[in-house]
Design a protein around this ligand. Structure first.
Ligand SMILES: C[S@@+](CC[C@H](N)C(=O)[O-])C[C@H]1O[C@@H](n2cnc3c(N)ncnc32)[C@H](O)[C@@H]1O
Ligand SMILES: O=C(O)C(=O)C[C@]1(C(=O)O)C=C[C@@H](O)C=C1
Length: 236
């Protein structure tokens, strides 16, 4: 279904509710430049570190798109677990997994409370940005502690520039992308307002520092397009 959520005047902050979940796959593909490419890199780099029966968690799995693609591309069976606290998203995820014949354990839980121990790979794409900064640092520490030795954390985030002028140019370039995807100026400004103080992006460097502060021995950028980036972190 086509995303028309922000065609009407907003009355509340952005939420992963029924309205958003019902158009979510279209919303992501039209709101995140190179979404598919970043997903492909997440899967390909993840697979380089995995072996049969390894546990893979997707934190903030939404409609399970990434786990379904991972399952389709993996040459061996994996234990796939998706965690999300939006029931509207998980309903779509269950339907899609069934339709694709993919076995994924889908859990409706808060990431702060859920258990993801013994993970070989943890994925979290475009989700940390929705976690309040103080909680975010704690969550990344929890992710680090939950990974096995030699475990991998791959995550994608919307990012900002630490330079004021470039920061403004990033936003202009991003809104131009959105216009090319068919969103009107009204929809763009409505969504911007709804996301204010809900989606809190860090700079690329702040993300890396947060990861290293949590204990990871290495973190680098796998991909970046203006204000969106994919990172990989290694626990030694
Ligand atoms: C932008 S979406 C993730 C998109 C998805 N990873 C993908 O690549 O298709 C963020 C997701 O995180 C979930 N989420 C946000 N905060 C959460 C929390 N505290 N616990 C569990 N899920 C959370 C939301 O419900 C939403 O489905
Ligand atoms: O539309 C925007 O401004 C976005 O930042 C895109 C974004 C994201 O990065 O998570 C914001 C909310 C939805 O979850 C889908 C995509």
């Amino acid at each position: 279904m086509t995303d028309k959520v922000f065609e009407k005047t907003i009355t509340k902050q952005f939420e992963f509710d029924e309205d958003v979940a019902s158009v979510f796959d279209d919303m992501l593909s039209r709101s995140i430049p190179f979404y598919k490419e970043m997903q492909r890199l997440t899967i390909n780099f993840g697979l380089k570190f995995l072996k049969e029966s390894d546990k893979v968690y997707d934190l903030g799995c939404s409609t399970a798109s990434t786990l379904i693609e991972l399952s389709k591309h993996s040459p061996f069976p994996l234990e796939l677990i998706g965690i999300d606290n939006s029931e509207a998203m998980l309903q779509r995820a269950r339907k899609k997994c069934k339709a694709f014949g993919v076995e994924v354990k889908l859990l409706n839980e808060d990431l702060h409370k859920a258990n993801y121990d013994d993970a070989k790979l943890i994925i979290s794409n475009y989700t940390l940005q929705f976690i309040r900064p103080l909680q975010r640092e704690k969550l990344v520490k929890k992710i680090y502690n939950s990974l096995q030795k030699d475990g991998i954390f791959i995550f994608c985030e919307k990012v900002i520039s630490s330079d004021k002028v470039l920061g403004k140019q990033y936003i202009d370039e991003y809104y131009e992308f959105k216009k090319r995807q068919g969103y009107s100026e009204f929809e763009i400004s409505q969504k911007r307002e709804a996301l204010e103080n809900v989606l809190i992006p860090y700079t690329e460097e702040e993300n890396k520092n947060m990861i290293l502060d949590a204990g990871f021995s290495h973190c680098e950028t796998l991909f970046k397009w203006v204000n969106f980036a994919t990172f990989i972190a290694i626990k030694k």
